[in-house]
Design a protein around this ligand. Structure first.
Ligand SMILES: Nc1ncnc2c1ncn2[C@@H]1O[C@H](COP(=O)(O)OP(=O)(O)OP(=O)(O)O)[C@@H](O)[C@H]1O
Length: 216
């Protein structure tokens, strides 16, 4: 799956955030989007996501969970598009053993197995984040687009979950803040500063000092 933005102006309504973006994401890449708060990482991620419409899993910065539903139901949302309304309504009320098992397998990959009957409202921040990741894993697809997907986890857990995502998805584009995590996980770093892409390089050509310049 190759995705391309060519000389695109990205923003919100009248507000231009990134005036002239050209960026191509190639199949098999693990791309980290980096830069200061407000520079436009989520805006860029959203534009790439839109190019992959329906073929990719998404992990939103706010997790996109429904507090009033159980962990199972939130994870199962990753499969809603695969089934018709009547099946989805039935699953909402009486999930069958197969559906429970599929959700449990996805939850196991994020260390949340055994918790599918819990209400999301009762979870910690890190647990909520892991439910959002399990949903993406259950959804599957050609790629995953994730906005700070491990920000609520400790570094070791975060690294392990990034590896889980890499094992599931051939291609990934992620907003990451932790420079060590980005250097350890990504194959390519795209850095934003002051309205544009100022760094686009294979990870082997980037060091922590170069990444810190993005935040200066
Ligand atoms: N839904 C929205 N409606 C209007 N403006 C928005 C919206 N989302 C973001 N913006 C604006 O677009 C600009 C870039 O925001 P964006 O969320 O892409 O930055 P970011 O680099 O991802 O920031 P952070 O690291 O804080 O999440 C900001 O000025 C922000 O206020």
């Amino acid at each position: 799956m190759d995705l391309a933005l060519r000389q695109q102006t990205l923003g919100w309504g009248e507000r231009v955030v990134l005036p002239d973006v050209t960026l191509e994401i190639r199949k098999g890449e693990r791309v980290a989007l980096m830069g200061r708060s407000g520079v436009g990482k989520s805006t860029l991620l959203g534009a790439l996501q839109a190019r992959a419409a329906g073929r990719a899993a998404v992990v939103a910065q706010d997790h996109g969970l429904v507090d009033a539903l159980s962990v199972f139901h939130n994870v199962w949302m990753g499969r809603l598009a695969d089934h018709g309304t009547s099946r989805n309504l039935r699953t909402l009320v009486w999930p069958n053993a197969q559906e429970r098992a599929a959700a449990e397998a996805a939850l196991a990959r994020v260390g949340m197995d055994g918790l599918q009957r819990r209400m999301v409202a009762s979870l910690s921040g890190g647990q909520r984040q892991r439910v959002a990741l399990a949903r993406a894993i259950l959804r599957g697809g050609m790629a995953v687009f994730a906005d700070e997907p491990v920000s609520a986890l400790d570094p070791a857990q975060g690294d392990a979950l990034l590896q889980s995502l890499a094992a599931k998805f051939e291609t990934s584009v992620m907003v990451l803040h932790d420079t060590g995590q980005a250097l350890g996980f990504a194959t390519r770093i795209v850095g934003l500063k002051a309205g544009g892409i100022v760094l686009d390089a294979p990870v082997a050509e980037v060091d922590a000092a170069r990444l810190m310049e993005l935040y200066g």
